[in-house]
Ligand binder design. Structure first.
Ligand SMILES: Cc1cc2nc3c(=O)[nH]c(=O)nc-3n(C[C@H](O)[C@H](O)[C@H](O)COP(=O)(O)OP(=O)(O)OC[C@H]3O[C@@H](n4cnc5c(N)ncnc54)[C@H](O)[C@@H]3O)c2cc1C
Length: 417
């Protein structure tokens, strides 16, 4: 049977998928492969994970979660899903600072693509990486820790530098979060007060179809302290009376608890619950990350395309991400605003629209999310990343024969063909 990604829009071309049961077995597979790529939980929407040779999934390796309470880190096997890790951490009295919208994705796959949640002060998930153990093309292991010369280039690495076997993440004492949803925030008010809107809670997401004069839903997640009070009126929007799904009219049974009821961080920060299939079935995704300072102009530019976008859209989400120093991070060098599109599964029409969207966002140096659909028709991603050439040099040095190479990396100029 053909193996596809989570969305079913991409069938992996790699002829073999291996599931090693030990690091030694993984080492033998890698050392004897002409070409090999790591596969995580298959949540990318493009061919980034694929390869012309072997794919290795780490789901057969024994799961391991080691907490160092003194150093405030946890070391996990790289294929661990965030949801499973979160449950173990919380049970032991610890938490992560941030999570993405769903907990089903692997730590290594999320980190490799600069996956993020939302929050003016929340960096993407890769910024919490304190160390990595990577398997090189000869099957040997190398350890990198924050501060090492190659570290900032090796965390968001798109699978190009080897196979992550272990990841060390920063942790903090567990905490509670309350989630509130407000409805019908007028666009003009949101744009005039964007900084106040996005800083009003630890994590803020704006859900829109671009066509309506109001943003349909604002999801706000706040760390609960003694002084926490839910907001009634919020910039002209009103609190939702019931639990909501981001897609109007869809049963919210899959979404994490709202209505300001406090709960553990890992049961509020993701939008979707671990024990349910996320989202509304078949979908495609695209996201562009623009500099925070140009967010209002960029959002206006996208609104100008509302009539083209809306017929293909399920919903869009606007989030904020704090800057970091990881070379290929989409928030590298400064704070960003993410403009995300959950499309209907109409791939041909979506891929026809993407160059139009990218042309509108070109003045804002919009960085596409590595794991989602984008066009990059003029192959110009290099101009968006100041450390691009350093990354290429790192790839050439650590994988000179292209064992971890694939079409995606070559097509976008991340390594030579
Ligand atoms: C429903 C849904 C919701 C999503 N929500 C968000 C969101 O809230 N925020 C966001 O930013 N993104 C989001 N995404 C995108 C998603 O987080 C990324 O695509 C992420 O890469 C998925 O991780 P994965 O393990 O499934 O990766 P895969 O698709 O399996 O692989 C992605 C990349 O990671 C590499 N990789 C995987 N494992 C390893 C390893 N062990 N060592 C080295 N490289 C490895 C692969 O080679 C590949 O290059 C969402 C996707 C879906 C389908």
């Amino acid at each position: 049977m053909t193996l596809t990604n989570w969305a079913g829009n991409y069938a992996y071309r790699a002829p073999v998928v291996q599931h090693p049961r030990s690091v030694e077995e993984l080492s033998q597979i890698v050392a004897s492969a002409r070409r090999v790529r790591a596969l995580g939980t298959r949540h990318c929407f493009n061919d980034l994970a694929d390869g012309p040779g072997t794919l290795v999934a780490l789901d057969g390796l024994a799961s391991s979660v080691q907490i160092d309470s003194h150093a405030r880190t946890v070391t996990v096997s790289a294929g661990t899903r965030y949801g499973a890790l979160a449950q173990e951490l919380h049970a032991a009295g610890w938490g992560l600072g941030n999570l993405a919208s769903l907990p089903h994705i692997s730590v290594a796959g999320a980190v490799a693509t600069a996956t993020h949640g939302s929050g003016d002060r929340s960096q993407n998930l890769a910024a919490a990486v304190a160390g990595l153990v990577l398997m090189s093309s000869d099957g040997s292991l190398r350890t990198l820790v924050r501060g090492d010369d190659d570290f900032a280039g090796s965390v968001v690495a798109l699978g190009a530098l080897g196979i992550a076997v272990q990841v060390m993440l920063d942790i903090e004492p567990t905490y509670d979060v309350a989630q509130e949803v407000h409805e019908n925030l007028p666009w003009e008010t949101a744009l005039a007060n964007l900084d106040d809107v996005t800083s009003s809670a630890g994590s803020v997401s704006l859900f829109t179809d671009w066509r309506e004069p109001s943003i349909q839903q604002v999801w706000r997640k706040t760390r609960v302290s003694e002084s926490y009070q839910p907001r009634e009126e919020f910039f002209g929007s009103t609190p939702a009376a019931e639990q909501r799904h981001p897609l109007p009219g869809i049963d919210p049974v899959h979404t994490t608890a709202q209505l300001a009821s406090p709960g553990p961080w890992h049961e509020r920060l993701p939008h979707f619950r671990l024990d349910f299939t996320p989202s509304n079935g078949a979908e495609l995704q695209t996201e562009y990350l623009v500099p925070r300072a140009q967010a209002v102009e960029a959002l206006q530019a996208v609104r100008g395309l509302a009539d083209k976008i809306a017929p293909l859209l399920q919903v869009s989400e606007v989030r904020t991400i704090a800057g970091d120093d990881l070379w290929l991070s989409t928030a590298s060098g400064g704070d960003r605003v993410g403009i995300h599109f959950t499309w209907q599964p109409r791939q041909n029409e979506v891929t026809t629209l993407l160059p139009v969207l990218e042309a509108a966002l070109r003045p804002f140096d919009a960085r596409p999310h590595w794991g989602k659909l984008f066009a990059d028709e003029d192959r110009s991603l290099a101009r968006l990343y100041p450390r691009w050439d350093d990354f290429r040099a790192l790839v050439a040095r650590t994988d000179p024969t292209g064992v971890f190479a694939n079409d995606f990396l070559e097509r976008h100029g991340l390594r030579d063909a």
